[in-house]
Design a protein around this ligand. Structure first.
Ligand code: NAG
Ligand code: NAG
Ligand code: NAG
Ligand code: NAG
Length: 658
């Protein structure tokens, strides 16, 4: 059986209730696919120019154009409703019969059908129909016309029968088709053939339809840019593939100079090998409190000639047969070759006020260098002290080392500055409205505070771009100005519709970005999107992550994808997150997608045990609190029983201290 191709275009519009998510796209897709239509979904803002651009693009090449474009939404009477006005000027032919069928069917259901302004028509060989934005309205309208659509499409193809008749293209359909087209070739007017198709609508079931070329969207990401702009659906990539894209396309780190005294020094990665400017220690130093001696003099009783504390300045060379009292860390006098700890000596003679005059060295077998930290023995001047790629941690170790070797300024890789933006009309900024209770359907925007803290915890600077309730046009302005200040733009949720998919056409068409992946086979976090810009683009060294709106999804995908990218950008060579073997403390039911469950990992005896941190729904913020690991659960397809029992082993990614 041959398939017709349908492109479903969701037009964001005020017809959608603010709190609802875009359920219409998948509903229409299911509807069409269950009737053997091969279906893709695009989402577009309710903007006349954008709608037209999308429709033109979809139909520009007859070889890949869908047979049918169904635009859902924007057919009402509010100011934002412009879908009919956008598509009608594009029609080569109008199709009032389709409009009539939909309206009369709708009037049979509700008198409010009067609020709908559908249009239908033909552009090149593509039939275009507008339907309402609600799942119910959309399917009701499709019910009215679906049985006849393939007939109309067959007629459209008859107009280009010669092209379809190339025997090499569809040899098997050739025979069937010639009979069919023969019938139609006798029709001389559209009116006539239109009637004909209605009369025979029940005889011509889909096994008689044929000659349709399939366009392969699954190749889109590797294909030329023009094809990639078709964008939806994005091929589903595995988590490993997604990480590979991130590794390959994360913008290259850039080198800057930083002083160790700068406030934000933590987290920078050295872009140079750092060599010691001085010896450490820069003198022969005593390791103990005791007496600096000439080792070959010992044992014996010696006069104490002077005292050296850990104080700067020259010390005099001493004569054989004398000793010098020294403290830990102090330089030992020139000429001395060992230090004897106080415990291995006795005071032999002292002054009236208790000053020692002579000491008896009890130690036997004193060897040259005993208890001396030799000049340059920790690091010698000119030696490599810290290699390129070392990260200046918050623990102070690298800082201490650099200071000890006399280095104040270093070349480092710039750290990414991250802009975070939440999208969604239902979101309320708690910091702006703490006294105002939520209205029905509103929620506090959790993602910006959550992600800001996560990234700041890795010593990256975050710029808060608030909540976007805006149209895509406004969003474009926000991103343009944001990229003057930030390297990464991280959005959560969709715009207006609670659908990340809206951001994909936006990234590609408004911004000219390149989407490397737009769907990942994982739970939660499937719609995670990663985009960068071509080398000659003004944002060539910027990146965008569009993350799902649910807090758990946003948190998991930030840990899994965003952090490795940020690390790579900041010059860290190995961005693989560390994992540990854990024992499950509960049974885990497996999903067909690999799942990342938030867990608390703790030590029990010699084992690490993973406890689920609670309700693992992607909207459940509670499951992130207390989590220090992400349990990696395999796909149920790989485990015959479909579950892992308590006591099973699994891998967990460490996201916080254990
Ligand atoms: C119609 O098809 C022709 C030939 O395939 C193509 O050149 C043209 O761009 C199409 N027109 C529109 C408006 O899509
Ligand atoms: C839809 O088309 C794609 C290629 O574009 C093909 O791989 C897929 O099998 C088709 N879907 C169905 C349901 O046959
Ligand atoms: C440090 O000790 C070494 C070995 O004992 C010796 O050769 C060197 O002269 C000493 N240097 C100074 C500055 O005392
Ligand atoms: C990168 O880090 C991971 C996790 O810490 C480790 O398992 C892996 O061996 C490292 N790879 C290289 C090449 O060092």
């Amino acid at each position: 059986m041959e398939l017709f191709n349908a492109a479903v275009v969701i037009v964001s519009s005020s017809c959608f209730s603010h709190t609802s998510e875009d359920r219409t796209g998948p509903v229409i897709a299911d509807y069409l696919e269950s009737r053997d239509w091969n279906t893709t979904i695009d989402i577009v803002d309710d903007d006349k120019a954008m709608i037209q651009e999308l429709v033109r693009r979809l139909t520009a090449d007859t070889a890949t154009a869908p047979n049918l474009i169904v635009l859902s939404g924007g057919t009402g009477f509010t100011k934002k409703d412009v879908t009919p006005e956008a598509v009608k000027p594009l029609f080569d032919k109008e199709a009032p019969g389709i409009v009539h069928a939909m309206l009369s069917h709708s009037f049979g259901i509700t008198p409010y059908a009067i609020c709908s302004r559908p249009v239908a028509g033909v552009l090149n060989e593509t039939l275009i129909v507008t339907i309402p934005g609600s799942p119910k309205g959309a399917t009701e309208n499709l019910d009215a016309i679906i049985d006849k659509l393939k007939h109309i499409l067959n007629q459209l193809r008859v107009d280009s029968a010669r092209e379809l008749h190339k025997p090499s293209d569809h040899p098997s359909s050739e025979v069937k088709h010639s009979g069919h087209s023969h019938e139609h070739s006798h029709k001389h007017s559209h009116q006539h053939s239109h009637e004909h198709s209605h009369q025979h609508s029940h005889e011509h079931s889909h096994e008689h339809s044929h000659g349709v070329k399939l366009h392969l969207l699954s190749n889109a990401l590797n294909g030329p840019v023009a094809q990639r702009a078709r964008k939806s659906p994005y091929p589903m990539v595995s988590v490993l593939q997604a990480l590979d894209y991130i590794d390959r396309f994360t913008p290259k780190p850039s080198v800057i100079k930083k002083k160790l005294t700068d406030d934000d020094i933590t987290g920078y990665v050295l872009a140079q090998d750092v060599f010691a400017r001085v010896n450490v220690p820069d003198f022969n130093a005593s390791i103990v409190d005791g007496y600096a001696v000439i080792h070959s003099d010992c044992p014996g009783t010696f006069p104490v000639v002077s005292v050296s504390h850990a104080a700067p300045g020259e010390t005099k060379r001493i004569q054989s047969g004398t000793v010098v009292r020294v403290t830990t860390g102090a330089p030992i006098p020139l000429g001395t070759t060992a230090v004897i700890p106080v415990e291995e000596t006795e005071v032999d003679k002292e002054t009236a006020d208790g000053e020692e005059v002579e000491v008896k060295i009890l130690a036997m077998n004193v060897v040259e260098g005993d208890n001396i930290r030799k000049l340059g023995s920790d690091i010698s001047k000119g030696a490599l002290a810290l290699p390129k790629g070392s990260r200046i941690s918050r623990l102070g170790g690298e800082m201490g080392l650099l200071v000890s070797i006399g280095v104040l300024e270093v070349e480092v890789y710039a750290k990414p500055v991250i802009g975070v933006l939440s999208t969604g009309d239902e979101l309320v900024d708690l910091s702006q409205s703490s006294e105002v209770p939520l209205k029905y359907g509103q929620i506090y925007d959790t993602n910006r505070p959550l992600l800001s803290q996560l990234f700041q915890g890795y010593d990256y600077k975050v710029v808060d771009f608030g909540i976007s309730h805006d149209t895509l046009g406004k969003l474009a302005e926000t991103v343009e100005s944001a990229f003057e200040r930030v390297d990464y733009f991280i959005t959560t949720g969709g715009v207006s519709m609670g659908e990340t998919d809206l951001l994909k056409p936006f990234i590609e068409r408004h911004l000219g970005g390149t989407i490397h992946f737009g769907r990942v086979a994982m739970k939660p976090g499937k719609p995670t999107t990663f985009a960068t810009f071509p080398p000659d683009h003004k944002f060539a060294n910027k990146a965008i992550f569009a993350l799902p709106g649910n807090p758990a999804s946003a948190s998991v995908t930030s840990n899994l994808f965003v952090l490795p990218s940020l690390m790579k950008f900041s010059g860290i060579a190995n961005t693989t997150r560390s994992t540990v073997d854990v024992i499950l403390n509960q049974d885990a039911k497996l999903d067909p997608r690999p799942e990342y469950q938030r867990v608390h990992i703790s030590r029990q005896g010699d084992k690490l045990v993973a406890d689920s941190t609670g309700f693992q729904r992607s909207s459940c913020v509670g499951s992130i609190a207390g989590a220090n690991g992400l349990l990696v659960l395999p796909s149920s397809k790989d485990v015959p029983s479909g579950k892992l029992l308590k006591g099973s082993r699994a891998q967990a990614i460490i996201i916080d201290i254990l």
